[in-house]
Write a protein that binds this ligand. Structure first.
Ligand SMILES: C[S@@+](CC[C@H](N)C(=O)[O-])C[C@H]1O[C@@H](n2cnc3c(N)ncnc32)[C@H](O)[C@@H]1O
Length: 252
């Protein structure tokens, strides 16, 4: 039996599949949709230009630099990134970040209390082990200034048909209680806000016909916006855990 725990480092080559690496039109449309829902939540949590202008932001897990334009548009003056994969770190640096550190986010070469805001999108789902997620949270807490904010998302286990913490190949899922415990037991962050993102209802269990319909819908003109608006409606009705991933806003 294989008793060696797999970590994010074992899957480094395949966990950068993002908006920048869509292989076809269908993937592009899905990525547009995910990005739209994420940007909607993150911009509401960041809270406007006056809280960003002239400040330093740290993007944890930049991949190719997909979030650069959005963060620049928020008014940050100093845009830093951390990325595990050397090739993707280099691409992110070329996209415009002031600096991208090619290292694990559990060990960032930045001084204590040097960052105003940190953000991390679709990264914690790939940090498989709880102790590694905790190490990254502690490191972000260290580099944030007092009063600084960390906004990140984590994929929910109930939305993926499992109740508790589960590792499934290169992804790991938590329920909301486990996520809150991970934060409160390992850091002094206070949790200021939690928001859902999108609802796909465990699509890997869908029948072939249902999947064809889902994909056709996203392809029609306006399909991305319609699905986005459907999610806004659902977020008023369904529980946070039924959303595929939730965002947390933490304050140091
Ligand atoms: C799915 S991509 C998301 C990229 C980008 N944030 C986005 O939303 O498009 C996850 C990225 O996080 C990086 N990553 C995962 N674990 C990391 C860690 N512990 N430290 C630094 N980077 C990490 C991966 O190499 C990968 O490029």
């Amino acid at each position: 039996m294989d008793t060696i725990k797999k970590t994010h480092r074992d899957y480094q080559a395949i966990i950068g599949g993002t908006a920048a690496s869509s292989r076809n039109y269908l993937e592009k449309r899905w990525n547009q949709y995910y990005f739209k829902t994420y940007k909607h939540v993150v911009s509401r949590m960041i809270g406007g230009l006056e809280s960003c202008a002239g400040k330093t932001v740290l993007d944890v897990g930049t991949s190719h630099g997909n979030w650069y334009s959005f963060l620049k548009g928020q008014g940050f003056a100093n845009l830093l990134g951390v990325e595990l994969d050397p090739g993707r770190a280099e691409l992110a640096k070329k996209s415009g970040y002031t600096e991208v550190y090619n290292c694990d986010a559990a060990n960032i070469p930045l001084p204590d209390k040097s960052v105003d805001l940190a953000v991390s999108n679709d990264v914690f789902v790939h940090i498989l082990q709880l102790e590694d997620k905790a190490a990254v949270l502690k490191e972000i807490q260290r580099v944030l200034k007092p009063g600084g904010v960390f906004i990140f998302n984590q994929t929910m286990s109930p939305a993926h048909g499992v109740r508790n913490f589960t590792i499934d190949k290169h992804c790991s899922y938590l329920n909301l209680d486990e996520l809150i415990r991970l934060v409160t037991e390992n850091t002094g962050f206070s949790i200021e806000d939690i928001k859902p993102t999108y609802f796909s209802f465990g699509n890997k269990h869908f029948s072939l016909i249902a999947n064809i319909l889902r994909h056709s819908f996203i392809l029609i003109p306006g399909g991305v916006s319609l699905r986005f608006r459907r999610d806004l409606l659902l977020s008023g009705i369904l529980s946070l855990e039924q959303s595929d991933s939730v965002y947390l806003k933490l304050r140091k």
